[in-house]
Design a protein around this ligand. Sequence first.
Ligand SMILES: CC(C)(COP(=O)(O)OP(=O)(O)OC[C@H]1O[C@@H](n2cnc3c(N)ncnc32)[C@H](O)[C@@H]1OP(=O)(O)O)[C@@H](O)C(=O)NCCC(=O)NCCS
Length: 197
Amino acid sequence: MDFTLRAANVDDCKDIARMIMELSEYEKLAHKMKITQKDLEQDGFCKNPFFHGIIAEVPEHLKSKEGHTKIGYAIYFYSWSSSSGRAIYMEDLYVMPEFRGKGIGKALMSKVAQLGLAAGCTQLNFTVLDWNKPSLEFYFHQGCYDFTAESGYHLMRCEGEALEKLAQPPQSYSTCGHSLSCTISAIKNVDYFILGS
Ligand SMILES: CC(C)(COP(=O)(O)OP(=O)(O)OC[C@H]1O[C@@H](n2cnc3c(N)ncnc32)[C@H](O)[C@@H]1OP(=O)(O)O)[C@@H](O)C(=O)NCCC(=O)NCCS
């Protein structure tokens, strides 16, 4: 099939938002989706982007039934492991149903792998829902393995009120000396640097 891959730009956010919604419907998670086109524009295309995207596109004559030419995407960002250093994390991989089985998903994932290797990463991480057997099989077919099953690691999360509570500095911090308050103000500056771009 005739398709191209390219880095996503801010004008792709409408289609990325559409495909994120399609993916969430497939994953039965649509009710949990909070991300809007504006969030994508802000977080992916600021001075220090929180994520990067790759778009799969077909020529006009192959557009989808609804008229879309942007028919697949991957979202990734870089991370770091204290055991093995640089890593790349693939947050999303999606191909619209009528374009599946034509090598587009593999090409998108291969591009993420290429970018990771070029940046010195030694691993590509991602999660898959346990019932999503076709995608699990697709990943196994690419030589990936189930790290959770083999390592016993669980992905943990803190959010909402628990996160707000966790972020409150314990009262004792304010009285325990100079160096810690310097560290905290340094962290605030880093936050400002990232978020204020
Ligand atoms: C998973 C997904 C991205 C794969 O994309 P795709 O374009 O359909 O896959 P491709 O055509 O690129 O597959 C390429 C290769 O994987 C193999 N493959 C694809 N699906 C497979 C499956 N279910 N089982 C085994 N192998 C599979 C193909 O046979 C092909 O192998 P080859 O290169 O040796 O010939 C796509 O099916 C999709 O978007 N699924 C729904 C969303 C989803 O679950 N995303 C992942 C969330 S974690």
